[in-house]
Design a protein around this ligand. Structure first.
Ligand SMILES: Cc1cc2nc3c(=O)[nH]c(=O)nc-3n(C[C@H](O)[C@H](O)[C@H](O)COP(=O)(O)O)c2cc1C
Length: 139
């Protein structure tokens, strides 16, 4: 299995309904392919972790890359894994807000302004902190 993480910029500002519809679509499709992961959205940026068999993840990433709902997709990580971080979710979701930052141990000194491609790319440990927080907050 592999785990792949990318960041991207939303095109326009997705409404709560848009995000709900997107999540429904993710879950419907991913469950069929044994894919799992976490989608985070905040301040105009998506961060997604996808876990599954390499061929399935890579194929989905091609589809996602062509999706007009976002742009500037940048894959930050693609690593082999032996166990999933997001066992329970065909796609988890977390809305990242200013309050999230206040709540996340280790990130409370930052604000939503740090949740952007440039910062995440140069501070990869923040990605792990965010994903760990997202995983925990659903238990
Ligand atoms: C930020 C973002 C994340 C997405 N994540 C997934 C996903 O995890 N699984 C999925 O099937 N589609 C995902 N999509 C949607 C795909 O780009 C594509 O629209 C969808 O897979 C097509 O599914 P359909 O053939 O059932 O209409 C995502 C789209 C965006 C914009």
């Amino acid at each position: 299995m592999i785990s792949s993480i990318y960041i991207s910029q939303a095109v326009g500002e997705p409404s709560e309904d848009d995000l709900f519809d997107l999540l429904e679509q993710c879950r419907r499709n991913n469950v069929k392919k044994g894919l799992s992961g976490m989608l985070m959205y905040g301040g105009g940026n998506y961060l997604q972790c996808l876990e599954g068999e390499p061929a399935d993840v890579d194929e989905l990433l091609k589809t996602i890359d062509a999706d007009p709902r976002h742009t500037a997709i940048k894959i930050l990580r693609r690593v082999q894994i032996t166990s999933r971080q997001f066992t329970d979710w065909s796609m988890g979701f977390e809305h990242v807000t200013e309050k999230s930052f206040a709540d996340i141990a280790g990130l409370s000194h930052l604000g939503l302004g740090a949740y952007n491609p440039e910062y995440l790319e140069s501070n990869p440990e923040m990605i792990d902190t965010l994903l760990r927080w997202a995983a925990r907050s659903k238990v």
